[in-house]
Every structure is written in C-alpha cells, then in structure tokens.
Design a binder for this molecule. Structure first.
Ligand code: SME
Length: 150
C-alpha cells in the first residue's frame, strides 16, 4: 500500500501531541512512515552532530551506516545543499552510500528546527527503482515541518 499522507500526518500529530523531544519525535516519525508504505524499505534520520557531519538517529529497517560526512552520499548532498534529493537510480548517483545492496532509489529531505536550523536529514530508501516523486517530497516536508519545527 502507498501512504495516505493526510491520514499519516494526522496520526503523527496525534501521537506526538505535546512532545518536544527531538529523539522521541524522530522515532515516532520513522516508525509511522516506515509502516505506512510498501515502497519504504529503510526509513530514518541522520542528525547533524558537527558542522560537516551526520550521525545516525532513529530508524526502521536494516542497519544503517553510523556516520556520513557532508561531502559523501545522498544524505551528505542534502545536508550540504539544504535541498531535497530525489534519486530515481542510486547506481547513477555519484558517491551513493549503499547500506543495503537491494536499494534502487532514495529520497532525502532536510529537517529544520523552528529557527530554521538544519538539525537532521530524513532518508527513505526503496528497493523499487524510481519510487519517489514531488508529491512525496511535499507531503514528507509538511510532516517534518509540523513535527520537528514546532
Ligand atoms: N544511502 C545513503 C546512506 C544511508 S543508508 O542508505 C541508510 C546515502 O547515500 O547518503
């Protein structure tokens, strides 16, 4: 099944109502996103822990690499540019970091706090080629803003 983003946003809002702890919020978002859509084979956060370094945060799926410098991977490109990365074919992305050999496509979004500071990226991997598009990017960005920039 594919995510019903309006239903998903409402459920996450209800589950996180009154919560402001970033780890608790990320854990809830990762869990609810991951189990909402058959395309999502790895769903998780990489947190900004130093000026040019990401470190793994709450996630669902197989093990993910622990640290990613801003100059590597799809996650690094997102953190470096502040722009959403929609990757239809990870094998065509220079420097893609393959945490699972089954991954075919990926979407990575910047995660900002209420002051607009980059605090993490959200990474979703799919075993399906070209799994993500602008509709996913817009809906996921809205969920991230409502949950982590409150
Ligand atoms: N594919 C990501 C690395 C994270 S693993 O997929 C969980 C990247 O290229 O940055």
């Amino acid at each position: 099944m594919q995510a019903d983003y309006l239903d998903l946003a409402a459920r996450i809002a209800s589950l996180t109502d009154g919560e402001d702890d970033a780890v608790a919020l990320m854990a809830t978002v990762a869990c609810e996103l991951h189990h909402s859509d058959d395309r999502f084979d790895w769903t998780g956060f990489y947190r900004v822990v130093a000026p040019d370094l990401l470190k793994i945060g709450p996630y669902q799926g197989g093990h993910g690499c622990l640290v990613i410098p801003f100059d590597r991977g799809v996650c690094g490109a997102c953190a470096r540019t502040g722009e959403v990365q929609i990757v239809p074919d990870v094998d065509a992305f220079p420097g893609h970091i393959a945490c699972a050999s089954s991954t075919r496509s990926e979407i990575v979004l910047p995660v900002r706090d209420r002051r607009g500071a980059l605090i993490a990226v959200l990474d979703i991997d799919s075993d399906r080629p070209d799994a993500f598009g602008e509709t996913d990017a817009e809906a996921l960005a809205a969920i991230l803003s409502a949950t982590l920039a409150r």
